[in-house]
Every structure is written in C-alpha cells, then in structure tokens.
Design a protein. Structure first.
Length: 77
C-alpha cells in the first residue's frame, strides 16, 4: 500500500469544495462538479506505475490504468 495521504486529502478537499460551491451557487443555477479520476499515466505517476503498476491495476475493477477517452466525455459534456 502506497502512502498517499496528502493526495487523498487533496481529492477529498476538492469534493468538499465543490459541495460548498454548489450550495452557495446553486440558487443562482450555477453547478459545481469535480472529476476525481483514478490512476492515469502521467509524469507524476511514471515511477509509481513502473514500480507497482501491476499491483495498482489489480485493485482497479477494469484491471487497467485510465485512458484519456475514459474522461473525455465527462469533460466535454
């Protein structure tokens, strides 16, 4: 298990920020959304995937690392 305390806390922070913004801006019909993706190939994840990619993939229901098209529809909708 990797120690990703700060990363996990930052994702939780984004979720709560979005909920707070939704509560504040919702009455003005403004929505607030957060996209909190799982593991994707990136510069930040390069070494982690090289060292533990198989173990990470094993914990993902699809059994693979995310791809750009996995979130493309969400971002563009």
């Amino acid at each position: 298990m990797h120690e990703t305390f700060a990363y996990s806390a930052s994702k939780a922070g984004l979720q709560m920020l979005s909920r707070s913004l939704a509560g504040h801006l919702g009455p003005d019909l403004i929505t607030s959304n957060v996209i909190a993706c799982g593991p994707f190939e990136s510069h930040m994840m390069k070494e982690t995937l090289a060292n533990a990619g198989d173990a990470i993939k094993a914990g993902i229901p699809l059994g693979r690392i995310g791809r750009p098209e996995d979130v493309g529809g969400i971002v563009c909708s």
